[in-house]
Design a protein around this ligand. Structure first.
Ligand code: FNR
Length: 380
């Protein structure tokens, strides 16, 4: 009601409350280069479209005459009490959207108690982002570097900087075929954007012939060779267990057999995700993979979800399909591009308000009561 009450004095929100409009506004403001990188996806975009279609095809069957006058969105995730089933997804290179980059997004998350998942490809070193957040809940996302000393150093730095959960992204052993970036010949990393955690790392620096500032091109080349490791396999996860004593979540799991392997490897959770349609062109839609993963490991692992969340009702549907909480990516990145920290806060507040109303109007006073029986599928 805050928005309507402000409206009585003629004030309307600075950004649209329909978050699907943010991409177009951001492109108008920042131009096609950065937005192409953010909005773009793998191949001809069919996976990103399938992500949306799989959520839209599912429809909520609301229940009536249930007491929803007192409501509570809070959930427990990986032993952490959260105000709502929402976290900000790890997104690298945010300085292409706003000069305050990850720090602004992290402050917005902290202001609402929403976990901020910092990308290892951030434009800002992890210690600086941690400082911007105070005691607020933060998780660290790892692109698993080829050099184990750099990996070990990242984990030690993240722990020291107060990141409580390790999110290991498995779906990016290589960068995919991304036509919007290819056609513009634009990859932020090659301009030294998204390399801050590496360039500031003592183990990374030890592999350079000259300091980063003396030969930045050589540092970028070293980063490219280091960034990911397509040779990794399931037994390698033991290395992470040895070097990280908190919860570990594997991001990018879509196949129920992989979810079972994650459980057998002693992991704590998975994020069912196809990287927002940015990696495997023609991949299964994330929301179609979710119920199968939840069925396979829901009793053993914390199942999280991302890829395609744009509205509060999308979150409600993901919860119904078996997710404990969701991550949102592009919408908050556009919010950042349009209005810095307050743009990200706008996105968080819209998503949470819409989730609260959708659950309540569907007969759910808490996120825990919505389930598969509350969904219908469009016959399309
Ligand atoms: C990402 N994503 C991502 N994931 C990750 O684990 N590490 C990263 O550095 C990045 N970087 C990144 C950059 C950009 C511009 C985008 C759009 C996405 C993927 C991200 O965490 C998440 O899986 C998707 O964004 C979720 O899909 P939606 O919400 O964008 O549809």
């Amino acid at each position: 009601y805050e928005i309507y009450l402000n409206g009585m004095t003629g004030a309307v929100p600075r950004l649209p409350t329909d978050l699907t409009r943010l991409e177009e506004l951001t492109e108008r403001r920042l131009g096609p280069g950065p937005v192409g990188y953010v909005a773009g996806s793998a191949g001809n975009g069919s996976t990103a479209r399938a992500n949306r279609a799989a959520l839209e095809r599912r429809r909520i069957m609301p229940r009536m005459l249930r007491d929803v006058h007192e409501r509570d969105l809070s959930v427990e995730v990986l032993g952490r009490p959260l105000p709502a089933p929402l976290a900000l997804a790890p997104v690298g290179v945010l300085s292409i959207m706003h000069p305050e980059a990850e720090s602004a997004a992290a402050r917005a998350a902290a202001a609402h108690g929403v976990p901020y998942i910092l990308s290892s490809a951030s434009s800002t070193p992890m210690e600086q982002v941690a400082e911007a957040m105070g005691d607020a809940e933060r998780w660290f996302q790892l692109y698993w570097p080829k050099d184990p000393e750099v990996a070990r150093s990242f984990l030690a730095r993240a722990k020291a900087a107060g990141f409580g959960v390790l999110v290991v992204t498995l779906d990016t052993p290589l960068l995919s075929w991304r036509p919007r970036d290819l056609d513009q010949a634009y990859l932020p990393f090659l301009h030294g954007v998204g390399t801050a955690n590496y360039f500031s790392d003592p183990a990374f620096q030890a592999g350079l012939a000259k300091p980063v500032h003396e030969d930045p091109d050589a540092a970028v080349t070293h980063f490219v060779g280091m960034f990911s490791d397509p040779a990794k396999t399931w037994p390698d996860l033991a290395f992470l267990r040895e070097n990280w004593d908190g919860p570990i979540v594997l991001k990018g799991v879509l196949h129920p057999d992989d979810a079972r392997l994650a459980a057998e490897a002693g992991m704590d959770g998975v994020v069912v995700s196809n990287h927002g349609g940015r990696q495997v062109a023609g991949s299964v839609a994330a929301a179609d993979a979710l119920p199968r993963v939840a069925e396979a490991v829901g009793d053993r692992l914390t199942v999280l979800f991302d890829s395609g969340i744009r509205t509060g009702d999308d979150i409600a549907k993901a919860l119904a399909l078996g997710a404990r909480a969701v991550l949102v990516g592009r919408p908050y990145v556009y919010g950042l591009g349009l209005d810095g920290q307050s743009g990200v806060e706008h996105v968080i507040r819209c998503l949470l308000a819409e989730l609260d109303l959708t659950l309540a109007l569907s007969g759910h006073a808490t996120p825990s009561t919505i389930g598969p029986a509350d969904l219908a599928e469009d016959p399309d």
